[in-house]
Write a protein that binds this ligand. Structure first.
Ligand SMILES: Cc1cc2nc3c(=O)[nH]c(=O)nc-3n(C[C@H](O)[C@H](O)[C@H](O)COP(=O)(O)OP(=O)(O)OC[C@H]3O[C@@H](n4cnc5c(N)ncnc54)[C@H](O)[C@@H]3O)c2cc1C
Length: 367
């Protein structure tokens, strides 16, 4: 592609959109980033856990997430060295087995990750500061991150090359020179030779064929106050749910996951589920009182592998990062930016709409 045409419009400034904008700018592209400020964005979740995944070394999803963790860690290190606040609250995480199946998998501490080790309840306590109800896997890598701060850091580091346009895209129009993103009133918000959809669950409105893969999954996280009696973990705990270390005196427990559910209102039963998980992990007699809650929508895919690649001529997508966007959005951005320059990484075949194997089987939505 000629240098003069190395410009793109990206729809969505969550983690996926901010990461792909940053990856393109690092390759000397200029980017227009369009985003609205609607509620329910996945990247607005108050705190998220970056936990290395356990699973067979040949399982594609596990391999993808492990590679993703390497890329995310490299990006975090780069940004932090440059003085940007990436919203990192803790380094390391404790994975507790949620059930017998998890317990069997935990026997397979990843051999390629020297930072992971099996720990006894006493060792888990020494690391996290709480009584652990069981043994678990302690990961030196990963940790707890505020996704919105990381997204902001990704955009700020390249502030001169990213043009931010506030607005809601209602339609993408194809023409000879590329794509125009139109607002709800039909005004052109931006026209560029290349467009990238990074609008989370809203991708299906802008490109209906993506419904074959993308499904919203509602998630609710619940906050409870750290007190002398309820001292939560120093490291995030995950496994059937998560609890974060205290952020300004508040722990977050989460998150529920309801596929196909688009209800934005918080639910008392979800608070109970989250706080019961916290009660068990922290060995409390009673569930903590809920203090606040967040409801957001993840875009998920049938096989949980993100949807990253080409949708049509000069139209690309990065979405479907599900419940692990911290692990997958920087890797996806790197693969996509390379693909835009004609370098197709073999890993992309797993993610690309044209070559992936999954999809919702009886897709009435496509009709
Ligand atoms: C409750 C909950 C808990 C989670 N916990 C974790 C966790 O512990 N660990 C982890 O790794 N991940 C977690 N995630 C997932 C993670 O937050 C996402 O995978 C990640 O943030 C990627 O999001 P995204 O950028 O694809 O989408 P979003 O953050 O939803 O971003 C979509 C963007 O598109 C914009 N947009 C949408 N429609 C339009 C339009 N028409 N015009 C213009 N702009 C538009 C939005 O404004 C937004 O900027 C959690 C998510 C939720 C909801």
């Amino acid at each position: 592609m000629s240098r003069s045409r190395r410009t793109a419009l990206v729809i969505g400034d969550g983690l996926a959109g901010s990461a792909v904008a940053a990856a393109l700018v690092r390759r000397s592209w200029r980017v227009t980033l369009i985003a609205d400020d609607g509620a329910g964005r996945a990247s607005d979740v108050p705190a998220a856990v970056m936990a290395a995944t356990i699973g067979g070394a040949t399982d594609p999803l596990t391999r993808l997430r492990r590679r993703g963790l390497n890329v995310t860690e490299a990006w975090l290190a780069h940004l932090e060295r440059a003085g940007f606040d990436c919203g990192r609250i803790a380094r390391g995480s404790l994975l507790l087995p949620g059930n017998e199946r998890d317990r069997a998998r935990h026997g397979r501490v990843p051999p390629d990750d020297p930072s992971a080790r099996h720990v006894t309840p006493a060792e888990a306590r020494a690391a996290t500061g709480i009584e652990s109800p069981s043994d678990g896997v302690l990961h030196g890598r990963g940790g707890c991150i505020l996704p919105d701060r990381l997204a902001t850091a990704l955009r700020s580091v390249h502030v001169d090359a990213i043009h931010l346009v506030p607005g809601r895209v209602a339609r993408l129009v194809r023409h000879a020179d590329g794509w125009t993103a139109e607002s709800t009133t039909g005004e052109p918000l931006s026209t560029e030779p290349t467009a990238i959809l990074a609008a989370g669950t809203a991708c299906t409105r802008l490109w209906p064929n993506s419904r074959r893969w993308l499904l919203p999954a509602r998630g609710q996280a619940t906050a409870f106050r750290a007190t002398a009696a309820i001292s939560g973990p120093r490291l995030p705990i995950s496994g059937g749910g998560y609890i974060t270390p205290a952020i300004d005196g508040i722990h977050w427990a989460g998150a529920t996951l309801q596929r196909g559910d688009t209800d934005p209102l918080p639910r008392a039963e979800d608070d109970r589920t989250n706080l019961e998980f916290a009660r068990t992990c922290l060995g409390l007699d009673e569930v903590p009182d809920p203090l606040d809650r967040f409801v957001g929508f993840r875009a998920t895919t049938p096989n949980r592998i993100p949807l990253v690649g080409r949708l049509a001529e000069h139209l690309w997508i990065t979405a479907g990062h599900g419940a692990h966007g911290l692990l997958t959005t920087p890797l996806a951005a790197h693969l996509l930016a390379d693909a835009l320059e004609g370098r197709h990484h073999p890993l992309l075949r797993l993610l690309d709409p044209e070559t992936r194997r999954d999809g919702h089987p009886t897709d009435a939505n496509l009709k």
